[in-house]
Design a protein around this ligand. Structure first.
Ligand code: 5GP
Ligand code: MG
Length: 173
């Protein structure tokens, strides 16, 4: 069944933004070795496009977490996959597809911070500031968007749509 959707960002707009972010990261981390921690599954496409545009030496690892809202500002999360490499003493950049309530990113950052990285920042392609429940600093943000559910460029609706090169808003009936 084809779901109703409205175009939000074209592949060209995304490509241009990824290039801009990659240039900023490359300048900010010049002379340092970066460890990218891509948050699966949604950041798969963003992370792979971004890392190919970086000019600083960088390695990549993965994390996967599922967060549960408990109260308005508190959450819990389960880790489904943890990074293989230790992050202690490394310059870590967490790569996210979208920050919504902020709970998942908060859990991931708290987990990584406990291992004493040399630095720890977040890079997200999309941000929904209206939905934020927990305070979290986002060093790199591609696009701030309204409170709408989006699919494409790695982001899914029931596991479909990740392979679309553009981003759409999913519309209700
Ligand atoms: P948070 O913990 O910030 O509320 O949610 C983060 C995760 O929820 C994101 O990494 C993403 O996997 C999922 N998510 C939040 N908003 C959207 C959306 O609009 N579309 C899709 N496909 N996933 C979303
Ligand atoms: Mg995600």
């Amino acid at each position: 069944m084809e779901l109703k959707k409205r175009p939000l960002l074209t592949a060209g707009q995304i490509r241009k933004k990824v290039e801009e972010i990659a240039q900023r990261i490359s300048a900010d981390y010049a002379g340092r070795d970066l460890l990218l921690i891509a948050v699966l599954k949604g950041s798969l496409i963003f992370a792979s496009d971004l890392m190919r545009r970086l000019t600083v030496p960088s390695s990549v690892d993965f994390i996967r977490a599922r967060s549960y809202c408990q109260t308005h500002s508190q959450g819990r999360c389960d880790f489904l996959l943890l990074p293989e490499q230790p992050v202690t003493g490394r310059h870590v950049l967490v790569i996210e597809d979208i920050i919504d309530t902020g709970l998942t990113a908060r859990c991931i950052v708290d987990y990584l911070a406990a291992q004493n990285p040399a630095s720890l920042e977040i890079c997200t392609l999309l941000d929904k500031p209206a939905r934020r429940n927990v305070q979290i600093h986002l060093r790199y943000v591609g696009f701030a968007i309204d409170n709408e559910f989006v699919v494409g460029y790695g982001m899914d609706y029931e596991e479909q749509g990740r392979n679309r090169p553009d981003i759409h808003v999913l519309l209700g009936d």
